[in-house]
Design a protein around this ligand. Structure first.
Ligand code: SF4
Length: 141
């Protein structure tokens, strides 16, 4: 999503795309948006702006926003795919590593679908560290 701060740094990657897609709750749409953000040259400014404005919905700076939670997108870290669950004020709820980007993205959208409510998210976070396809931090090192 284009922000004033983002425009200062030049070319947001989402320029010219359908704005409604960036507020979609359809997982396939969200994954497309997250991949666009991943290559966006103004990603950090976009995220900072969205947090400063206290955005409640949409995808900004490579993260999916919900009213109470914001979850980090999938990041390529040393050849593994990392997903982190974060509260809006930056507290990490959980983190996991995947071999395949598709698996990481699937978990991310699943987590966000469950995380509109704080209690449900708190219950979910411990569990999604234990899935059969998760790696520990030590595995990823
Ligand atoms: S980070 Fe994503 S939402 Fe923000 S300007 Fe770039 S492409 Fe648009």
């Amino acid at each position: 999503m284009t922000t004033t701060a983002a425009l200062v740094g030049g070319g947001p990657a989402c320029a010219g795309t359908d704005t409604e897609t960036w507020f979609s709750t359809v997982p396939a749409d969200q994954v497309v948006c997250l991949r666009i953000c991943a290559d966006c040259p103004v990603r950090e400014a976009c995220l900072a702006g969205a947090l400063a404005r206290d955005e409640q919905w949409g995808i900004w700076g490579g993260r999916i926003f919900t009213p109470r939670f914001v979850t980090a997108a999938v990041d390529d870290v040393a050849g593994r795919w990392m997903v982190r669950g974060l509260t809006r004020d930056g507290v990490q709820l959980g983190r996991g590593w995947f071999k395949r980007r598709e698996d990481a993205e699937a978990l991310l959208v699943e987590l966000m679908a469950d995380s509109a409510d704080r209690a449900r998210c708190a219950e979910t976070a411990p569990g999604w560290r234990k899935g059969p396809h998760w790696f520990t931090d030590a595995d990823a090192a």
